[in-house]
Design a binder for this molecule. Sequence first.
Ligand SMILES: Cc1cc2nc3c(=O)[nH]c(=O)nc-3n(C[C@H](O)[C@H](O)[C@H](O)COP(=O)(O)OP(=O)(O)OC[C@H]3O[C@@H](n4cnc5c(N)ncnc54)[C@H](O)[C@@H]3O)c2cc1C
Length: 540
Amino acid sequence: MQSVLARPGDNARLDTLKAALIAAVGPDGVRDDADTLALYSEDVWSASPHRVRLVVSPRSLSELTLAVKAARDAGVAIAPRGAGMSYTSGYIPATDDTVSFDMARMDRILDISPEDMTVTVEAGCTWAALNAALSPKGLRTPFWGPMSGLTSTIGGGISQLNAMFGAGHYGTSSESVIALTVVLADGCVLRTGARGVDGTHPFYRHYGPDLAGLFCGDCGAFGVKAEITLRLIRTPAHEDYASFSFATGQALMEAMAEMARASVASEMCAFDPGLTKVRMKRASLASDVKTLGAVVSKEKSLGKGLMAAAKVAMGGRNFIDEGDYPLHVIAEGRSAAAVAADMAEARRIALQMGGHEIENTIARVIRATPFPPLNSMLGPSGEAWAPVHGMVSLSNAAALFTAFQGLFAEMAPEFEREGIETGFLFTTVSTNAVTIEPVFYWPEARRPLHEASVEASHLARLPKLAPNPAATEVVAKARRRVVEICEGFGCAHFQIGRSYPYRRSRDAASKALLDDLKHALDPDRRLNPGGLGFPIPLES
Ligand SMILES: Cc1cc2nc3c(=O)[nH]c(=O)nc-3n(C[C@H](O)[C@H](O)[C@H](O)COP(=O)(O)OP(=O)(O)OC[C@H]3O[C@@H](n4cnc5c(N)ncnc54)[C@H](O)[C@@H]3O)c2cc1C
């Protein structure tokens, strides 16, 4: 396989492309120093064997369009990247002639319209920045962010779908989309949605077939999102928190499934005993103090805030029995009575499924600090961290968890040999699905992406570990086995990247349509080659 930039005349081609990109975005928007190329060639899970050749950072739709055209003319692959917080090889180079499109400088909030209940952002805007801008206006998007939202972008979240805040009531990030402005592989600009009198103010998603839907969850394989319009809601005035503990994961799964059916939670999340152990090890006194401050400021009056913080402090972190599965439920609504009714139903379901109520400290803290620093991408002793997940129907959640437990029991000797610790994170999406996320921690050297993303003060406290390919190979095997089990349950996945079997799992007619779409949108297969399972073209 030979890269278009690695043929005779390679340097001249690369120089020509670099000059064209500089003309498109300015000299400060094109980087090719070794450190930057290494950073953009890896994600949270792995470093690619290939290196991106250039990193281009456009600041606007017009700069993005010019940069895509320059890449098209050079015949190179385009890898769009938000904050790089994913772990499924979604944006790392699959070939030796890839240009990374860093969307982080396209971070403006272009328009907030309380009249039309829409907000339009550039794709590199973070969820934290969006929420900071909306919150003083009493507004919110229905789904309002993943836990990585301090740095992860709305473009990344729409391109691979997200779960977490608001997902219990409103589903994934993509379900808040009204309209997209997408730059296609040839540099054409495609705008979706009903766009009002002047054609520039999208106000409704559905007008005929849902073209926006094609680009939601496309992992950047169909186009580069430049601008995104999301639906707004008024921020629910009331919220409440409750936590429950279950003796088995199966009981927890039945309870979460029933709470999802009843739609009692704006979001909920749960941990297994393994993950609880890691979380307890990680939290420090300093972070406790910061957290209490956030809990105080979240309440409407200082008195209420201090009471809430005192409860959190008294609850501490030792109220969860070591072998239990804690579930944290957050309810929200327009009136205190409606929230109380949802909480009463959550309590009834938890008790019915054998749970008992525990301190709601963690549920409170999750809401008070929704977008914490991304320090949890390393384990408490500096270990590598990588999740994998399956999104399963409510009726199959307990059985899927049992299957995962079987796999982990089978692989226990290998985990033990390599010092690999495991845990599970659980959440729900809308009234239809449970997401089960096995998580691995293992001794492995940290990489440039960890250095760039974890707080410096936190990094300084962590030991530097040696490279450990043997342990990483066992984790890779476990992740593959989890995906195989998920296939048997017909699971869906967020963050498909190049890790989940999307294209090959579709029926013949769907696969043919997908291939036709890819051909129409990106005939030379230059957009994120290999993404969604489309074949990586052989370079000539
Ligand atoms: C500590 C931590 C906590 C996390 N918590 C959550 C959570 O609560 N919920 C959750 O769902 N995920 C979570 N994640 C996973 C991850 O952060 C999210 O999937 C997030 O959406 C990644 O966004 P990003 O901007 O970093 O995208 P990237 O990782 O940069 O890119 C993701 C994919 O989108 C494509 N892409 C990015 N921008 C564009 C664009 N403008 N146009 C086209 N394609 C594009 C990329 O090519 C890639 O395929 C977490 C990760 C970490 C490290």
